[in-house]
Design a protein around this ligand. Structure first.
Ligand code: ADP
Ligand code: MG
Length: 468
C-alpha cells in the first residue's frame, strides 16, 4: 500500500469514543478493526453486512468528524465485511478489546466459512419450542430496551458473529424471554437455523435424568448440534455445580464452532452467587445488555399494541390509567389488560374509566408503606445477596456486606417514612450520618451503573410482595 498510515488517528479516535459512549454502546457498535490506510481514507473491517449498514448510518459522520479533529485532514472511512474466525490474530483490535478472546485462538479447524444461506425458506412452520407471538413485530422498542432489542435483531440476522455470546438481563416481566425467543423465531424462519430453546431449569432436569438413565452422551449431542442455543433464566443454575460444569463444556463446544449462544438472567452476572468462576467468565464474555422497566410512554405504546393484537378496543383514558398505575413491569401491565378484557366480555359492556378503576383497584393496590417493616427489607436484601439477616444488620464492614446493607438503607429511605435516625437504630445502632452516607453512596453508584436501578426495583417489589 502507499505511504499513508492513519492508524494512530484511528486508535486515538477509538479511545475517545470509548470514553464518550456508554460501555454498552461502545461494546455493541465499535466492533471494528483497523485494516489499512489509503490516501485520505481508512479501511476498517466489521463482522457482517448488517453490522456495516448500522454502523455507517449511526457513526460514520461522527467518526469522520473526530478524525478531522485529530488529524486536521478529511479522512474518510470505508467499511469492509470480514467474517472473523477464531484463528485470526486480533492484534489490530487492541483498541477494541472486546473482540474475540485470544484464549481459544488455536481452534482454527472450525474456520467459519460462512454457511451459504439456506435457500429461501418459504413460510416455515412454527418452531415447536418457541411461542409464535414472541416475535420482533410484537416487541415495542423504547428507551428502556433499545440496546437489547437492537442487539437481538443484529444477532438474529448474523448469528455467531458479532455478539457471541449474548446475555440479556433484567427484572421479572421485562421481556427477556420474549426477546430471546424473537431471535430464535427470526433465525428459524429466515435462515433455517437449528434453534434449541431451554430454560436453565429444564436443562438441569434433563441433565439429571440423563445421568440417571446413562444417557449423558445423547444429552451432550443434542445440545451441541444447535446453531443457536437459547438458555433462559440462568440464575437458576446457582449452586447446581454439575449442571454448571456440563454447561461450561457445551458452551465451549458451541463457541468454538462459531455457534450463537444466548442467555437470560434476572440480574447482572456479577450478582450471581454460587457460580463457578469459569462459567461466570463465559457469561460475561461477549455482549451483556440489560432491560430496564419501561417509561410511561412506552407502557402506553405496549398496551396499545396488546389491545390491537387482541382485536379489542379500549378508550385511551383507560390505557393511560393502567400505564400510570402499573410501572413495575410488562407482565403486570398485560395482566391488568387481560382482567379488563375478560370483564368486558363477561358483562358484554364497554370498559369505561370508572369500571376500569373499580376492576383494577386491587392490582393498583396503593403501596401500603406502613406495612413495610425495616425487618422485611433487611430480610429480602439479605436473602437476595445470600447473606444472613444478622450480618446485614450487624457491625461487619466487609465490602460483600456493606454494599447490600447500603442498598437496604436506600430502599428503606425510599419506601418507608422512617427517619435516618430511626433507620440507624435498626441497622445495628448506627448513627444517622452513616445511613445518609450509605444512601448517598448508592445514589453515586446509580449514576455510574444504571443496571443497579433494576436491581433496586426488583428488591422493592419483593419487599412489597413479601407479606402477600
Ligand atoms: P421476562 O422473561 O423478562 O420475565 P417476558 O419475556 O416473559 O419477561 O415478558 C412478559 C410479558 O411482557 C410477555 O407477554 C411479553 O410479550 C411482554 N413484553 C415484555 N416487553 C415487551 C415489549 N417491549 N413489547 C411488547 N410486549 C412486551
Ligand atoms: Mg422469562
Amino acid at each position: 500500500m502507499g505511504t499513508w498510515d492513519y492508524g494512530i488517528f484511528w486508535k486515538e479516535a477509538i479511545n475517545q469514543f470509548k470514553n464518550e459512549l456508554s460501555e454498552q454502546e461502545f461494546a455493541m457498535w465499535f466492533n471494528m478493526d483497523y485494516e489499512t490506510s489509503g490516501e485520505l481514507s481508512i479501511i476498517v473491517s466489521v463482522p457482517s453486512a448488517f453490522y456495516r449498514d448500522q454502523v455507517k448510518q449511526r457513526y460514520q459522520n461522527r467518526i469522520e468528524a473526530k478524525l478531522f479533529d485529530l488529524s486536521g485532514q478529511h479522512i474518510s472511512i470505508d467499511f469492509e465485511v470480514k467474517q472473523r474466525t477464531r484463528a485470526e490474530p486480533q492484534a489490530k483490535a487492541e483498541a477494541v478489546e472486546r473482540a474475540v478472546p485470544s484464549e481459544t485462538a488455536q481452534s482454527g479447524k472450525h474456520s467459519s466459512a460462512p454457511k451459504a444461506p439456506s435457500p429461501v425458506v418459504t413460510e416455515r412452520a412454527n418452531h415447536p419450542q418457541l411461542r409464535k407471538d414472541y416475535v420482533f413485530e410484537n416487541f415495542v422498542i423504547g428507551e428502556n430496551n433499545k440496546f437489547a432489542a437492537n442487539a437481538a435483531i443484529a444477532i438474529a440476522k448474523n448469528p455467531g458473529t458479532a455478539y457471541n455470546p449474548c446475555l440479556i438481563y433484567g427484572g421479572v416481566g421485562l421481556g427477556k424471554t420474549h426477546l430471546m425467543q424473537a431471535i430464535g423465531n427470526m433465525a428459524w424462519k429466515e435462515k433455517g437455523c437449528k434453534i434449541i430453546y431451554v430454560t436453565a431449569e429444564s436443562f438441569t432436569n434433563e441433565f439429571v435424568e440423563s445421568i440417571k438413565n446413562n444417557m449423558t452422551k445423547a444429552f451432550k449431542d443434542k445440545y451441541r448440534t444447535a446453531d443457536i442455543l437459547l438458555i433462559d433464566d440462568i440464575h437458576f443454575l446457582q449452586k447446581k455445580n454439575e449442571t454448571q460444569e456440563e454447561l461450561f463444556h457445551t458452551f465451549n463446544a458451541l463457541y468454538d464452532a462459531n455457534k450463537q449462544i444466548i442467555f437470560t438472567c434476572d440480574r447482572p452476572v456479577s450478582e450471581l452467587k454460587n457460580l463457578s468462576e469459569r462459567l461466570r467468565s463465559r457469561f460475561e464474555r461477549g455482549l451483556n445488555v440489560d432491560l430496564q422497566p419501561p417509561s410511561y410512554e412506552t407502557r402506553c405504546a405496549i398496551l396499545s399494541k396488546k389491545v390491537e393484537s387482541r382485536g379489542v378496543s379500549l378508550p385511551p383514558e383507560v390505557i393511560n390509567l393502567i400505564a400510570k398505575n402499573i410501572s413495575s413491569n410488562v407482565r403486570d401491565l398485560e395482566a391488568s389488560l387481560t382482567k379488563l378484557i375478560a370483564y368486558a366480555e363477561l358483562t358484554q359492556r364497554e370498559v369505561t374509566l370508572e369500571t376500569a378503576q373499580q376492576q383494577l383497584r386491587d392490582s393498583f393496590g396503593a403501596p401500603k408503606q406502613n406495612n413495610v417493616t425495616i425487618e422485611t427489607i433487611q430480610k429480602v436484601v439479605a436473602e437476595y445477596f445470600s447473606l444472613s439477616f444478622n450480618d446485614l444488620k450487624g457491625k461487619k464492614r466487609t465490602k460483600a456486606i456493606s454494599f447490600p446493607r447500603q442498598l437496604a438503607m436506600y430502599i428503606a429511605r425510599e419506601i418507608t417514612e422512617y427517619s435516618t435516625t430511626e433507620l440507624g437504630m435498626e441497622f445495628g445502632g448506627r448513627d444517622h450520618t452513616t445511613v445518609m452516607h450509605g444512601c448517598q453512596s448508592i445514589e453515586q453508584r446509580l449514576k455510574a451503573e444504571p443496571s443497579l436501578e433494576s436491581t433496586i426495583q426488583k428488591l422493592t417489589k419483593m419487599v412489597k410482595d413479601y407479606n402477600s
